[in-house]
Design a binder for this molecule. Structure first.
Ligand code: FES
Length: 82
């Protein structure tokens, strides 16, 4: 069965130094209710940091949605709402 959410964490330099390193703990900190609904993958630069207007790193993609200033709390909040 495919997962409901595919979460792609940018591990490019800009994102990594601005909070992406902490996001690597997402899998461990994911609330149990979402564990079997998410697939978490790492990615090289998503290119969002190079496009003006995309917001602030760290960037994370949840399916096709690009989240800026991502944090574990913000990601979990998004999952709760969708
Ligand atoms: S380093 Fe993350 S989008 Fe470029």
């Amino acid at each position: 069965m495919s997962k409901k959410f595919k979460i792609t964490i940018c591990s490019g330099t800009a994102c990594y130094v601005l909070g992406g390193a902490q996001l690597m703990m997402l899998e461990d900190l994911m609330p149990a209710e979402f564990r079997d609904q998410v697939e978490i993958v790492g990615s090289a630069c998503l290119q969002a940091c190079r496009q003006g207007g995309s917001g602030q790193p760290p960037f994370v993609k949840i399916n096709d949605y690009l989240m800026e200033s991502a944090s574990i709390a913000k990601i979990v909040d998004y999952l709760r709402k969708h």
